[in-house]
Design a binder for this molecule. Structure first.
Ligand SMILES: [Fe+2]
Ligand SMILES: [Fe+2]
Length: 328
């Protein structure tokens, strides 16, 4: 089987640089793959754009060269992150692309030393961005473009959960790292973007999904993802719980445990509330009329989350919203 010889690579990631260290192929049919870029030769990004405009979403690299490709891509992205003239918007875009690389690497190879290094870099760099703040919310709002819900909503969850934690005084690096790691990887086991949007933004539709395999993926992704990252580092048990509980809710009828608002941990409550906020703003970004946009949202969050262990994260969210309203 030819498709066992190659590994998938998201086409738009190849746009980030003008050189790759291995041949890049396109798939013409199940058995036919053709090289379009040769290793270590400079290429023009218009070639990539041309294929993408024809609907090509993925390119392929030889299975045996995937790790070499992935590590080289990461080291280029890492170098770019530390360049002097890079602004926050470019940093956020680079971190999104490393997030994509992480997801792809885990699906192609699994969790190994090099992917753990990439994850650590995304986590620490995003915490640095949150600590500097500098109009982060406006920047995130302007960058929501619904191109890749899985990456974008996960990374917005990283930034906003850490920003709200800072407002609550939960500023230890370990706490921020747990939130960032859980936010980044919480939906790792959902690869279908349509399912990802339904399970976060249109929850009432979950039970109406006809395909039972898809329903299963949604109901099991919290446990499957938590299990997958269980081997990582010494803070994995807390992160395990955060990921396992990210679909619990203040009504106590979430999944998998139906945990009540009094039993949920405060850190899980913060992640759950923030993800709800992200899903609310993702398709209706908050524009210049922030006050008007936010008043309905504030009413919704106060009504839903003024209970049990959600109370403190709610106060954090309200403090955060107050601070962005003060920004010009
Ligand atoms: Fe999610
Ligand atoms: Fe999820």
């Amino acid at each position: 089987m030819k498709n066992d010889i190659y590994r998938k690579v998201k086409a738009r990631r190849i746009l980030s640089f003008n050189e790759v260290n291995c041949d890049i192929f396109i798939k013409l049919s199940e058995d036919k793959y053709v090289a379009i870029i040769r290793a270590n030769s400079l290429y023009d990004s218009s070639i990539i754009v041309k294929y993408m405009s024809k609907g090509v979403e993925y390119f392929y690299v030889n299975k045996d060269e995937y790790i070499k490709f992935s590590e080289n891509y990461y080291s280029n992205a890492h170098l770019a992150l530390y360049s002097d003239c890079i602004c926050n918007q470019e940093k956020i875009e680079l971190l999104n692309s490393i997030h994509e690389l992480v997801t792809e690497h885990i699906s192609n190879i699994g969790i190994d030393k090099s992917v753990i290094e990439m994850i650590d870099k995304v986590v620490s760099s995003s915490i640095d961005i949150v600590k500097k703040d500098e109009g982060l919310f406006d920047l995130l709002s302007s960058m929501i473009n619904a191109k890749d819900y899985l990456v974008e909503h996960s990374m917005i969850l990283v930034y906003l959960s850490c920003a709200i934690a800072l407002k609550m005084g939960w500023s230890s690096n370990l706490t921020l790292k747990k939130l960032a790691l859980a936010g980044m990887l919480h939906d790792l086991e959902i690869t279908n973007p349509v399912l990802a949007i339904i399970h976060d933004c249109e929850k009432q539709k979950i039970d109406n999904i006809i395909d039972s395999e898809d329903r299963d993926i949604i109901h099991k992704h919290t446990l499957c993802t938590a299990e997958k990252i269980h081997c990582m580092k010494n803070y994995a048990s807390d992160v395990y719980k955060l990921i396992l509980e990210h679909h619990e809710n203040p009504e106590g009828n979430g999944f998998p445990g139906g945990i009540s608002s009094l039993e949920i941990s405060s850190l899980s409550a913060l992640l759950i509330l923030t993800e709800d906020f992200v899903s609310k703003i993702y398709f209706s970004p908050i524009g210049k009329q922030k006050k008007e946009d936010l008043s309905e949202l504030i009413k919704y969050f106060k009504t839903r989350y003024s209970k049990g262990n959600y109370q403190k994260p709610l106060e954090g969210l309200l403090l955060y919203l107050q601070s962005i309203l003060k920004e010009k």
